[in-house]
Design a protein around this ligand. Structure first.
Ligand code: MG
Ligand code: ZN
Length: 429
């Protein structure tokens, strides 16, 4: 009965919905600077219609955020300081996991949620102890202390409970080690454990859940049978977390950043496609669950990615629209192949020019990095994509929001405001 009346009430009150959300879903597109969401618009454009179709990012965009870390680290942040700003509202040094410049722990919105009776979870495509999820769920002076961070997910209690009710992502090598088997420890503590994404649909929604699907990060979206893997993880996490007292879920499209570091436009668009389908699902979820706030932003931009390069006024994303695998996987297949050009044509989805054929034929069986670079260069030239660095850049990042409280994220904000707003919406004075 209680459930029925809540549904009725929220239906009746639609016009004046509470400004405090019951559930908060924070989404981070790691490395997803403005060029990525812009590129995705043209990548997904239906070229048979005269208009450029709007994307889920266009529909949900509310503003921009600065990303600079604490002064000691200058103006260009890493993902650890970025996550700490977004999770706690505190600017810190690059490498810091939810600790301040004095290495003192700072409270995160996820911990606050847990302390106030909400369920908590992470659903990410990196290892679950990587900088961004750790920045919400752990405290450590260095993001590199992967084992310590993994251990803390089991050892550290928040409000007499484990910090996370649902953990979905990669990380076997940190959770099952010679010195410790955290998977066994979580299982003994009552968590259900699954090691493949297909098994998620059969999990018991009444139990806490640990799902690990790779040694470190998951494979590229383009190389997975489930190319919308982040959406699958997100849907599962939400189903497990739904409860009367609400939940806080961190979702991360972790590998937009990794595509940026690799200067790989094909992989970047594959990761953005997975994020776009995740956001489309979340947009519909807020429509049917108007007590839920969804916020998406990036921690920084990666690669100096831009669309249009080499003094040529064009960007042609159609050349990465029909990839049958990620550029890295294509490169590895080409290293082994005898007849390289026809295979390249098939995997890339277009006919090669003479020049491209000779580049592909020159791939030898020895050097994986050179082979990968050959494929990436071919695609950069085809699409006319530009990159300025293998690292991060300091440009502002877009902010997206939908649901109760989303107005607070409008305009030009500091990344710390994202955490401050969530704390306020969850009742912190
Ligand atoms: Mg990250
Ligand atoms: Zn990065």
């Amino acid at each position: 009965m209680k459930f029925v009346s809540t549904v009725l009430l929220s239906t009746i009150c639609m016009g004046a919905i509470a400004q405090e959300p019951k559930n908060v879903i924070m989404v981070v597109g790691d490395g997803m600077g403005p060029a990525y969401t812009t590129a995705y618009r043209y990548f997904s454009d239906d070229r048979n219609t005269p208009e450029v179709e709007r994307t889920v990012f266009d529909r949900l965009m509310v503003g921009m955020a600065s990303t600079y870390p604490a002064p000691v680290s200058g103006y260009v942040t890493d993902s650890a300081a970025g996550a700490t700003a977004l999770s706690s509202g505190i600017k810190t040094y690059n490498g810091a996991i939810a600790v301040d410049v004095d290495k003192e722990p700072v409270k995160t919105v996820l911990e606050w949620a847990k302390e106030h009776g909400m369920k908590t979870g992470v659903a990410v495509t990196s290892q679950i102890n990587h900088a961004t999820p750790a920045g919400y769920s752990a405290h450590n002076e260095s993001r590199k202390n992967y084992n310590e961070i993994a251990d803390s997910y089991f050892d550290r209690k928040v409000a007499n409970d484990f910090v996370l009710d649902v953990m979905l992502g990669g990380g076997w090598q940190y959770f099952k080690r010679d010195d410790r088997n955290l998977i066994a420890e979580f299982t003994a503590a009552g968590y259900e454990y699954v090691d493949n994404i297909a098994a998620l649909k059969d999990t018991d929604e009444t139990k806490p859940l640990l799902g690990l699907f790779a040694d470190q990060g998951l494979n590229w979206a383009l190389d997975m049978p489930d190319k919308q893997r982040l959406q699958t993880l997100t849907e599962t996490a939400v189903k497990h977390l739904e409860n009367d007292k609400g939940f806080f879920l961190l979702v991360e499209a972790s590998q937009v950043d990794w595509a940026g570091h690799s200067n790989d436009v094909g992989a970047a668009m594959g990761e953005m496609q997975d994020l776009a389908s995740t956001m489309t699902w979340l947009e519909e979820y807020v429509d049917t669950h108007p007590d839920t706030l969804v916020v998406l932003t990036a921690d920084h931009s990666t690669g100096g990615f831009t669309i249009g390069a080499n003094t040529v006024y064009k960007w042609e994303p159609q050349w990465v629209q029909n990839l049958k695998a990620s550029p890295f996987s294509i490169a590895k297949q080409l290293m082994k192949a005898k007849d390289k050009a026809p295979l390249a044509s098939d995997l890339l989805g277009f006919t090669l020019t003479g020049e491209e054929k000779s580049a592909i034929e020159s791939i030898d069986t020895e050097d994986e990095e050179v082979a990968y670079q050959t494929v990436k260069t071919l695609l950069d030239l085809r699409t006319n994509t530009g990159w300025t660095t293998g690292g991060h850049t300091g440009v502002d990042v877009p902010v997206f929001a939908k649901g109760p409280g989303s107005d607070k994220f409008r305009g030009s904000i500091n990344n710390t405001q994202v955490a401050d707003n969530i704390f306020t919406l969850l009742g912190r004075e």
